[in-house]
Design a protein around this ligand. Structure first.
Ligand code: ATP
Ligand code: MG
Length: 491
């Protein structure tokens, strides 16, 4: 089985329960098919624990793909394999089910779907691989060394997907790498499932490196959690659909309030510290929004073509207006004195000023200066309501796929990867690809143009900005033409 032949050899299961699905398909982002060095194999696109017999027969396949949700083409190694499992032949995975001691930890902010991921990891380990030792780490990374663990069984997690939040608790800060790896070693844990955002994946990567340095046979598998959709490479993050859906409720309330009074302005602040995806998609979905402001699109307040002038025009024409602002929008405009505080949270993230309160005050001050009309402004910040809801049907299904895929990868002996959907396929993505940059709305792309056309708001961009932004895109990643546009352009 360790031969270098390029045919795919079967997975063989060593444990007491056969790996059952009659056909199992997944996509692997792979490193190397070098069979001569069966240590942990590193390369451009992945890592595996040593002696994984079937790994040696994978052939890396370089291909480009475009990311349909984000109009964000990226580059990755993907190869799809369909493994047909014959029930009469015992199949092999890297771990014997009795030897697996798995643990799950959730870190960072809340996001719909966390409990679904926890449930499905436990269920997959128990029911597909016969693993019965799964521990929950209480309260994020610091729980590894500062708290007790929680025993997770199918019974314990059976209906947790109906609840928001995470049954394990979460935290920021407290990432003490050597204490965490000491705890993993002391407890005899050999599969670590880490659910969290960009910071958490960076933490997972550091843990993985330390485990590698100590030569431990411990899988570190990440499941990306980011309500803002700011993790790169993957098509989208779980919880995003739910967040957009919930955001629309807030937008609807703002619209009702604004419409009911004279010169009503409904202002909704949505999540998005650095990436305005939730604001953009909620605006596109709702169609009640007259202006959407996101971190990627600079805007200005006073003067011709500025935000205040646009608000005044809208109120004169329609008598009301709805504004959506992402929490990271316009931070550069906030007063110098506020920024100079430069406060950080426990994880080292910069604490942003409340842009919603700031812009509300700015709008009120403008109209009291102008004395042209009396306005009625209602400000809604639904952030914590959105984060805390259970996930919707589509996110529940997506969370299940991510969790099951992570378990399959770990049981097959992969490590140092994040489970993610790429171009509609389940993939294992090395940590470094996930943490090297943030996913952002590209404002010269079609989706932002669609939004501008839908709201009819000004772009707040000069020609110079457009040229600079395009240059950035070109120097960053190759952009693909929108097929719809190509069709139109071709007549
Ligand atoms: P979100 O921002 O979506 O709420 P996140 O995972 O980015 O999620 P953070 O609070 O930034 O949330 O980080 C979560 C955990 O990861 C924290 O415990 C933090 O200490 C740890 N962490 C963040 N960045 C790093 C890093 N560069 N190296 C090691 N650990 C990190
Ligand atoms: Mg983060």
């Amino acid at each position: 089985e360790a031969s270098s032949s390029r045919k795919f050899s079967s997975l063989t299961f060593i444990g007491s329960r056969p790996f059952r699905p009659s056909s199992y398909s997944t996509t692997f982002a792979m490193a190397s098919n070098d069979v001569s060095k069966p240590k942990i194999i590193t390369g451009d696109f992945g890592y595996v624990l040593e002696d994984v017999p079937h790994f040696t027969d994978y052939i890396p396949d370089l291909s480009t793909y475009s990311n349909p949700l984000q109009d964000n083409p990226a580059f990755c190694v993907v190869k799809q394999y369909f493994v047909h499992v014959d029930d009469s032949v015992p199949q092999k995975v890297y771990f014997d089910s009795d030897e697996v001691h798995a643990c799950i930890v959730t870190c960072g902010g809340l996001c719909p779907g966390l409990n679904t991921v926890i449930r499905e990891i436990v269920y997959s380990l128990y029911h597909m691989y016969g693993v019965t030792t799964v521990l929950g780490i209480d309260g994020g990374y610091r729980g590894f060394y500062a708290r007790n663990t929680i025993a997770l069984t199918p019974k314990v997690v059976n209906d947790i997907h109906k609840r928001g939040g995470t049954i394990l608790g979460t935290s920021r800060g407290g990432h003490d790498t050597s204490k965490i790896v000491d705890s993993i070693q002391d407890r005899g844990i050999n599969q670590v499932y880490i659910i969290g955002g960009d910071g958490t994946q960076k933490g997972a990567s550091v843990i993985f490196e330390e485990i590698r340095r100590r030569g431990l046979k411990v899988v570190v598998a990440g499941i990306p959690k980011t309500i803002d959709n700011d993790i790169p490479v993957i098509d989208k993050s779980f919880g995003f659909d739910t967040a957009v859906e919930e955001a629309q409720r807030a937008i609807n309330a703002a619209h009702v309030e604004a419409e009911s009074v004279e010169n009503g302005i409904g202002l909704v602040k949505l999540m998005g510290r650095y990436s305005g995806f939730i604001a953009m998609y909620a605006t596109l979905a709702s169609r009640d929004v007259d202006c959407c402001l996101i971190p990627e699109s600079p805007f200005y307040l006073d003067g011709k073509g500025g935000l205040f002038e646009y608000i005044e025009k809208q109120l004169k024409e329609n008598g009301h207006m709805v504004i959506v602002i992402a929490e990271g929008a316009g931070q550069e405009l906030l007063s110098e004195s506020m920024q100079s505080r430069n406060q950080q949270d426990a994880s080292g993230n910069k604490l942003l000023q409340d842009v919603g309160l700031w812009i509300s005050q700015g709008i009120k001050d403008y109209f009291s200066r102008q004395k042209t009309m009396a306005i009625n402004l209602k400000y809604i910040d639904p952030t914590y309501m959105i984060r805390a809801v259970p996930s919707n049907a589509s996110d529940n299904v997506y969370s299940t796929l991510l969790a099951q895929s992570a378990v399959h990868g770990a049981m097959a002996g992969y490590t140092g990867f994040t489970s993610g959907l790429v171009n509609g396929r389940q993939t294992y993505i090395p940590f470094y690809r996930i943490i090297e940059k943030q996913n952002k709305v590209v404002i010269t792309d079609r989706m932002w143009a669609r939004l501008l056309s839908s709201t009819n708001q000004p772009s707040f961009m000069s020609d110079k900005d457009v040229i600079e932004d395009k240059t950035e895109c070109i120097s960053g990643e190759k952009k693909e033409e929108d097929p719809a546009t190509q069709f139109l352009d071709n007549g």
